[in-house]
Design a protein around this ligand. Sequence first.
Ligand code: MG
Length: 313
Amino acid sequence: MKLLTFSTQEGRPRLGVLLDDGRVLDVGVAYKLLFEAKPPRMLRDMRSLIASGDIGLRLLDFVRGQAAKVIRSNSEVAELLSKNAVHSLESIKFHPPIPNPEKALFVAVNYWSHARELKVDPPEKPYLFVKLGNTLVAHGSPVIIPKTATKPDHEVELAVVIGREGKYVDKSIAMNYVFGYTIVNDVSLRDKQTPMPRLGIRWLHAKSFDTGAPIGPWIVTKDEIEDPHNLGLKLKVNDEVRQEGSTSDMIFRIPELLEVASDGVTLKPGDIMATGTPQGVGAATGRFLRDGDVMSASIERIGVLVNMVVFER
Ligand code: MG
């Protein structure tokens, strides 16, 4: 299933699921119309759904199936559903699929091709950093480049969505902690990334500036992606392909990343673990983002995440 958080007009964010025809089903409204009852807590928002585990997903799948069946019928409920619970993708406003994760974790230099283009030795162990809640923006929202930055750059990444709580997770069972996958663009300010003597990279200002982590457009549940380590990924700036690679090129794979990430740090349902970027970034080519550029980050079997670059004035 493809799951999203969206709103219509000025309404509050809602949990949605894609129907086979590519339209969005408002899960809460559909539940009310189909079963004449208030939807249970687990269907209220993305984090509640993820935290409810398998039961929530099974219930959601049932609601989706029932809604699709009823819509095809010639009934009064069908008309109500079509009118109130089904929206075209063009008519909705996207929100980050998980609007309020506790943590968004990232990893430095995790593709062989990216290590080569930067001419750096790959790290011996995954090196993780964080992006804060101020960075997350949705598909279709602008990425605002701070007026103090001069070298904004893009990084398309596969992002893992954590499905259950875990600490000191062993890599042999780490995939059991995965709920699904989405796309993140780890927008980076290279001019702010230069290490300070003895103190290292300024991670906060280079990576965690407001709007610096567009994410979405939706989460694809893990049952739909047989092998997350064999997906093509690409980033275009306007019509030009700048990054292209495969998740098979990762230096540390998802289980190892989760093992290291959960060392003393409890992973929670809805947390994000981004997995690194392939070659083609501006830091290597010298071509940085410009005001008005449109970034399209795409990953096979997931979709396309589109965001415009807007320079702050
Ligand atoms: Mg990155």
